[in-house]
Design a protein around this ligand. Structure first.
Ligand code: FAD
Ligand code: DLZ
Length: 526
């Protein structure tokens, strides 16, 4: 009888995982903490702590359920510090004759595993069934379509799952209530205080190990409060459903100078590592609509993020890789500004978004898209540099979801596959949606001069620089009309202002990673 080794990756912590569900009684489960995964980009220390603590808890859950589990700790003397090498080493140790693994969340691992399919110790890849759709479902939907727009994909998923449907019609009479979801915050609002998760000895030890081995990484574990067990993730889900969801829609696009989480759910990390299923999260939200505890604009807006965007970007990723990662449709060349790693900038919106990221390994969607993302787009930061940053700094980051959001949505580098136009904005947008500008040394009302918000000149400079690719886009017609009506003298002043600003940006070559985080010595992990 065949004896398989089941490799369970750090973002596969679900009992419903195919490899676990269908495990024969003689199977050995391998879970491996390895330095390679912590270092291929310099992950935030909260993210490393999250994976180590959640993996150790999940291994315990599996043992309690009777599985034979081999768990490689980061400082085990024989740890090879690479996922594939560890799996092969452990398989040999237990006399396993094959290795089974569920589709990983990143193409680099999928590619390495595929290359070993026919090895003496063969690898089998299983489909990840924890999503609403598989990459094959997405490919079938995409076949023959010229444009792969979210809205049509999302409607199909609503019909297929029946979520927020009344017969054949969308609940509330419309598919999309975004029009109601654009309010800025006001001083009168109060935001739900977060549940504080207690740390048992397993968590404390994992965090100590993360700190010991990866102390040079961004952030501090002193305020670590991510859920590391399913029980803790369910507490966060209930808290959001009871206290956040009803206002989620209205303030979905708002940005605050002081509040990092607003009415956002903070469920992405738990969802992405498998502590929650997207089905139970969407069903819990839908239920609030049916019992009259949350309005349709909030519930629809929230479900669209998960049933729509989350599934859509995953489908896009798996059907477009590996060429997707090479795309650079606007020929952006700049390295990442150094201040993305330490928040040392006098632009208040960027300083706050980056500091919140350093503090929490979290920023909400609009901070990612319209603050750090927009600035990078306007400055022409090259996709690989920005993508590595997002992948490194957020606890929820995994390439299947990070890459399309960064390369496609933020940088418009995929030739418009994901979005019909770039999300570029001037300081006016930040002023409208946030209270940052009141605390900033720059003014959003000026385009040139020493106090002008740099986003203003960068915005026009971006439009001018990319006119060839963008000025025939029907959705950009209005703004290019304004640019062409601008007097040459004014245009020249704006050009000079933007170029002067860009010339002062300090960057590092390569991916812009801080030099102390590049490369590592395997010996130092033992
Ligand atoms: P909420 O605002 O409460 O939204 C609810 C859920 O919807 C999220 O938990 C998430 O699962 C899903 N969701 C929302 N927006 C998106 C989206 N655009 N794509 C996919 N799922 C979405 N999300 C990640 O999970 N991992 C990433 O690595 C990631 N990288 C991003 C990079 C950039 C440049 C941008 C613009 C967005 C990125 N997102 C990523 C999407 C989104 O910003 C985060 O999912 C969200 O901020 C997580 O916070 P939350 O759980 O409070 O989300
Ligand atoms: C992100 C991460 C980190 C920091 N550490 C580990 C680890 O030690 N072991 C592991 O199995 N997974 C880890 N991960 C998550 C992997 O990088 C992730 O599974 C792949 O990127 C594929 O999704």
């Amino acid at each position: 009888m065949s004896k398989p080794l089941l490799l369970v990756l750090g973002d596969q912590l679900s009992l419903s995982l195919t490899a676990i569900k269908d495990a024969p009684p003689n199977a050995v489960v391998a879970m491996c903490e390895v330095a390679d995964e912590a270092r291929y980009v310099p992950h935030h220390i909260h993210k490393i702590g999250l994976f180590m603590a959640a993996m150790r808890h999940f291994a315990q859950t599996l043992r309690d359920k009777g599985f034979q589990v081999h768990y490689s700790r980061i400082d085990d003397a024989d740890n090879t510090q690479s996922l594939l090498n560890e799996a092969e080493r452990i398989a040999k140790q237990y006399g396993c004759d094959q290795i089974r693994v569920t589709r990983p969340g990143e193409w680099r691992l999928w590619n390495d595993i595929t290359a070993r399919k026919d090895a003496a110790l063969p690898w089998t890849l299983l489909e990840d069934e924890r999503f609403f759709t598989t990459p094959d479902d997405f490919a079938s939907w995409a076949r023959g379509r010229k444009q792969l727009r979210l809205e049509y994909f999302y409607r199909e998923q609503r019909k297929r799952t029946g979520l927020l449907m009344e017969g054949d019609a969308p609940a509330g009479g419309k598919w999309n209530f975004d029009h109601d979801n654009r309010e800025p915050i006001s001083a009168a609002l109060s935001f739900p205080a977060l549940p504080q998760h207690s740390q048992d000895e397993l968590t404390r030890e994992a965090l100590r190990d993360a700190q010991h081995h990866f102390s040079e990484h961004m952030g501090s574990l002193d305020n670590f409060n991510l859920p590391v067990t399913r029980r803790q993730a369910l507490v966060d889900l209930k808290h959001f459903i009871d206290h956040g969801l009803a206002d989620f829609g209205r303030y979905q696009d708002a940005i605050s100078d002081t509040e990092p989480f607003l009415y956002h759910s903070r469920l992405s990390a738990a969802l992405n590592i498998g502590l929650l299923t997207p089905h139970e999260v969407c069903e819990a939200a839908e239920q609030q609509y049916h019992i009259g505890k949350a309005p349709i604009n909030a519930v629809e807006g929230f479900i669209r993020q998960i049933l729509g965007w989350r599934e859509y970007v995953r489908g896009l990723y798996w059907t477009q890789m590996p060429s997707y990662k090479q795309k650079n449709g606007l020929s952006a060349k700049r390295d990442l500004p150094n201040f993305y790693w330490d928040g040392n900038t006098d632009m208040r919106c960027l300083q706050r978004a980056i500091q919140m990221t350093i503090d929490n390994s979290y920023a909400h969607h609009i901070q990612r898209l319209m603050v750090t993302g927009n600035f990078a787009l306007l400055c022409g930061v090259k996709p690989e540099a920005l993508c590595d940053w997002y992948l490194a700094v957020y606890a929820d980051a995994c390439e299947w979801v990070e890459l399309p959001n960064t390369l496609g949505m933020v940088l418009h580098a995929d030739d418009g596959l994901m979005g019909s136009k770039p999300y570029c904005a001037s300081g006016k947008y930040i002023d409208k949606m946030s209270d940052h500008c009141q605390h900033c040394r720059y003014t959003p009302k000026q385009v040139t001069g020493p106090n002008a918000c740099p986003l203003n000149s960068l915005y026009w400079h971006f439009l001018e620089t990319n006119a060839e690719q963008l000025n025939r886009n029907p959705r950009m017609k209005l703004i290019y009309g304004s640019l062409s009506r601008m007097k040459e003298e004014k245009r020249e002043a704006i050009r000079q202002q933007a170029e002067q600003f860009l010339s002062t940006l300090e960057t590092r070559p390569g991916y812009g990673l801080p030099s102390h985080t590049q490369g590592y010595q395997k010996e130092s992990y033992q």
